[in-house]
Design a protein around this ligand. Structure first.
Ligand code: ZN
Ligand code: ZN
Length: 116
């Protein structure tokens, strides 16, 4: 596993203001949510005005099937997978969200960088 992963995101988290909202795909049911890579706030669709869900004890259950969105095989969605998400495409086409490509701060592996 590589330490850095490509992540598609749609802007920045309104809660912490610094974290990119990545598109996280459930490895079990293939549901995709918006996940802040910084504070782990989660939205299940483009309605970012809704109150977010938060990871508890580092664990984040899929809103649909309750499988872990943190553990493998859940992963940051690829460009191809994003094409299949109706609510995302609608939000992008409607100018609500803007798709950008970046590098995830937190890769799947427990590969913590050492503190300064
Ligand atoms: Zn799921
Ligand atoms: Zn955040």
């Amino acid at each position: 596993m590589s330490a850095k992963q490509t992540m598609y995101y749609v802007g920045f988290c309104r809660v912490c203001k610094t974290g990119p909202l990545g598109l996280r795909r459930c490895g079990q049911c293939e549901n995709v949510v918006l996940l802040c890579d910084e504070c782990d706030a989660t939205w299940s669709n483009a309605d970012l005005a809704a109150p977010p869900q938060y990871a508890k004890d580092g664990e984040l259950p899929c809103p649909k099937c309750k499988a872990s969105l943190v553990e493998s095989p859940s992963h940051w969605a690829t460009a191809e997978q994003l094409q299949e998400i109706d609510w995302l495409q609608e939000a992008i086409n409607g100018g609500l969200l803007e798709l950008k490509q970046g590098i995830a701060f937190t890769p799947d592996a427990a590969d913590e960088s050492s503190p300064p």
